[in-house]
Design a protein around this ligand. Sequence first.
Ligand SMILES: [Zn+2]
Length: 334
Amino acid sequence: MLSGRGGSPGTTSVGRSNPGSIPTPSGSKPPGSDPTAASFPVVNSCNPNSVPTAIPVKVDAVGVSSVALHVPILMYHRIVPPADAGNSLKGLVVPPETFAAQMNALAAAGWHTITMATLANDLEAGVKPSAKTFVVTIDDGWDDGYTYALPILQQHGFVATYFVIAGRIDAPGFLTSAHIQALVAAGDEIGDHTMTHFDLANGSTSVRQFQVDAAAARIAQVTGHWPESLAYPFGGENAQAVAAVAGCGELRTAVIESAPAPTPQTPIGRQSTGTGSKPALDLAPHPTATPAPTPTPVPSETWANRFTLQRIRVSPDTTPADLLGEFARYLRAG
Ligand SMILES: [Zn+2]
């Protein structure tokens, strides 16, 4: 999430990184001549015909099975030196060297990535991804997802799903249209995070649908592909929010927020309540006299719950060992 509900990207001071000190991601092209996102008309529709220049989501004509997957889905927000993170919440700012250590450890242990779109394909087709498959998601569309996260991901051949706030594409501190096009060229996925980071658990039906649909259309205008994944801003997920997502026929999965980052005291994951209630955050140290909490079950992804998929929140304090331990639980769950 962003650092505050009232935050405006136009006024948020975010230290732009010095391009000279940043490795150039492969597959990138120099920004410059591309039109900015705001030059496109606002399209309040998820009908693929409304952005005919964009490729619709391809849905295979296969029967939907009841397969349950156990694929860890990591949730990041910012991969940036804390000094350059402006007023973003500290817990959402993962230094690049920490992110690199996490990815290094997972790659060394044999883990590899797929995007949310590929996960949706597997769910629908009843295909189990190969063992040690995980997903990286990065929310809010800050430009550090390109300048810092992409080169680290590419070192391992990893891909990520970037959930961008469509109304902030090309805004200061956020991904530009050129960044986003380079990410797509590198195999990454661009997902819907609403137009204005709107809490979809609130608002009128028409506002919710606009936030979902117009964002999807804007992403289609910029990338040339209709998005097929969404992340609920603020984790705001309830029956109305799910209905808004389901109302956009191009969207196939949606992810929610999750329990705190894994530590020995606070196992991650939560039981699905099916009500969209937010997980209780329990960051306080547990007294030694208190029995260790029972680890929550490993979340599973199914076609039936595809609009409420759980994620593992990664914090700057999440160690590679924490992630490897948590991922081992997913392996055991099969
Ligand atoms: Zn967000």
